[in-house]
Design a protein around this ligand. Sequence first.
Ligand SMILES: [Zn+2]
Ligand SMILES: [Zn+2]
Length: 299
Amino acid sequence: MILLRNAPCDMNFLFDMPWAGGYLEAIFLEKRKILNNRTGMIEAIGVREHIRCLEGVKDDIVAFHESAARPDDALRRIWIADVRELYGVVLAAAELLPSIAGGSDENAGACVQFLGAAESLNRQVLSELKGVRSKASRRLQRRLAEAFESCHDRIAETVRPFVRANDGQPPVATVSRAGDTEFHLHCAVCGEVSFVFRIGVPRFSTEECLVYEGITHAGGVDRKHARRIFTLLDAGAVGRAHSYLMRKKLLEDGIDAYCPECDAVYCREHYHANEEWDDGFYDCTTGTCPRGHHRIIDD
Ligand SMILES: [Zn+2]
Ligand SMILES: [Zn+2]
């Protein structure tokens, strides 16, 4: 999942990645509409030819999946949608470049987020191709890896000078209160809010519960646990809240942003969250904290 805390609010749909990838498309189409009149400028920035190459690989992967004599039609359609989405995300990132060159800080942040989403999708599409063991599949994997890398690197290199450095400071305390029924957990390195607990109604639900928003996913648990969790957080006992969530089987991996060995919270960037894919299916996300502690943070 991709977390877009600094992104414009309409992009918070991406929050539900990778399970709600369909939202991506709508957002990119919207972005594309806005930027359509400026896409010509990408030519000048020199990304166009790399995008064109990626488009060619995308078309070949679609044709490959379409032609395969595979019984599972639904799966094939998903794989085709995934590679199209990958291309759409890279294109969306590229299309932001002209406005970034024009001084839009907000779009520079959004572009970096798109690149992050694209990296994850790329791993997913590669893993889907790996599921088909043939020479043609291996060739496509190689071509995709190369085409994606050149697009990614070119866009990343162009956007880098415009991205404001993360000049956050370590927080005064790991836990802060944001009202009677909302708690924020801060990254030990940069202070960014990396985990939120609040009373509210989660997306795709109508019932009020204890909502959590982490660095890999968001959701809600029964409201009856809120008192216990809030008491622990009030005392700064993040580790105990983490253990409680696991012990009660509310969150299998506890607070995803929390490193038990450090007894500290990290943002997605500082926890080096890494999504793993297996034969096209999301497997898990691992985190490695700045001190090298490694664990599965979402399974
Ligand atoms: Zn951080
Ligand atoms: Zn650690």
